[in-house]
Design a protein around this ligand. Structure first.
Ligand code: GDP
Ligand code: MN
Length: 377
């Protein structure tokens, strides 16, 4: 998931034709003061922390300034903040506007409906999760025609817009839809979309780019910073590997079994720390690479939970045994295995020869690994 900072989202808004205030991003109080003094940012202005978390308005990360020296002070104060655990490094300065009403407008990918959904609410300006369900209108959008006239009119009605304002909504919806599609977004949100006099203006932006489309957007490579270094290596090797806070490593195959394994460990009081989904891989070399990566994450213990379907138990076991021999002494860990399914006997035998016992019962094996990691209840 690539979540864009507000100013990056607004650059996209500008590019596609969603109206935004005049402004610029700065990285120091001096730069902010100069921008205000030179007129490149209109005064009075809004000074906004560029962090990925929401709720900045309430959290003191959005301030107002009337003069270059006030911009200096507000920018310095915000750059000194750590907002919800994230250090503020960039500040957006924008001309302040007089808000009439604050509306909510978004296009999101709804995975349960398998469709983009146009969301509109007259109760904008607060986090949408806090708005009553009944106050948010959701219209699934057929991607082929895109947002139709009917859907645009219904959105205008929901937002309480008529006349010139309703006419302004149309191009905004077209622009949002174009952005959503062309940029491979999974969410494009304007909150608030402000009524300012006779016009509409996007005062905030939230844009999330679909991760699987990352290869089409090299421009976001530098801001894709939510991966750990090991996750980055895994991605390059096309291994599904995720690091969490706990101390138990999980190697399973298939998203369903992997998630269920994490649940069982949690249930028993264990703390999964890193998990690796072998998927349908049947390539001992790939299993070895994955296992070595797991070792580098330094878990206290590892739970290998494999169901042999497409993946054969013996190939996975062969890869694992090869990998175990390559793990440096310092990175070794206790391993509890549970392998069932296709070529189970052969797999268990290969593991046994390497000193690893397969425990067939799920609960017993999970308990063993929780104990080996030194935790549980
Ligand atoms: P968020 O709280 O992180 O979502 O940050 P927003 O960008 O949505 O800003 C929070 C609030 O600040 C908005 O809902 C507005 O009420 C207020 N705000 C932002 N820009 C302006 C502005 O130009 N004028 C006024 N009066 N208020 C603003
Ligand atoms: Mn907002």
């Amino acid at each position: 998931m690539v979540k864009l900072a507000e100013w990056r989202g607004k650059e996209l808004f500008r590019k596609y034709g969603v109206p935004v205030p005049t402004g610029r991003v700065v990285r120091s109080a001096e730069e902010g003061e100069r921008a205000a003094a030179s007129g490149s940012v209109p005064l009075p202005c809004v000074v906004k922390a560029q962090v990925l978390a929401g709720g900045r308005g309430k959290g003191g990360a959005v301030r107002f300034a009337n003069s270059p020296s006030e911009v200096h002070a507000a920018t310095a104060a915000i750059l000194g903040l750590e907002f919800k655990g994230e250090k503020v490094r960039e500040v957006l300065l924008e001309g302040k506007v007089a808000i009439g009403r604050e509306l909510y407008l978004a296009i999101a990918l709804d995975r349960s409906l398998r469709s983009p959904v146009l969301m509109a609410s007259a109760e904008g300006g607060v986090e949408i999760e806090t708005v009553a369900d009944g106050a948010v209108d959701r219209q699934p959008i057929d991607p082929f025609p895109g947002i139709t006239g009917f859907e645009r009119r219904r959105a205008a009605r929901t937002l309480g817009l008529s006349g010139g304002l309703a006419n302004e909504l149309d191009p905004i919806l077209r622009a949002l839809w174009a952005l959503f599609q062309a940029e491979d977004a999974e969410l494009v949100e304007i909150n608030p979309l402000a009524v300012v006099g006779d016009h509409l203006l996007a005062l905030d932006s939230k844009v999330i780019i679909e991760d699987d489309a990352g290869f089409r957007h090299p421009e976001y490579a530098e801001i894709r910073d939510d991966r750990t270094p090991l996750e980055e290596i895994a991605r390059e090797k096309e291994i599904a590997f995720v690091q969490l806070d706990g101390n138990i490593g999980v190697i399973a195959n298939g998203a369903g079994l992997t998630m269920a394994t994490l649940d069982v460990l949690m249930e028993l009081g264990g703390k999964p720390g890193v998990f690796l989904d072998l998927g349908g891989t049947d390539d001992p070399k790939k299993v070895t690479e994955a296992f070595l990566l797991m070792a580098e994450a330094r878990p206290n213990a590892v739970f290998l939970n494999i169901f042999g379907g497409v993946t054969r138990c013996d190939t996975v076991a062969t890869g694992l045994v090869a990998a175990m021999r390559q793990v440096p002494e310092a990175n070794r860990f206790p391993l509890v295995a549970r392998i069932r399914g296709n070529n189970e006997k052969e797999g268990i035998e290969i593991l046994r020869a390497a000193g690893v016992t397969s425990v067939p019962d799920l609960r017993a094996s999970a308990e063993a690994v929780v104990a080996a990691a030194g935790g549980g209840r």
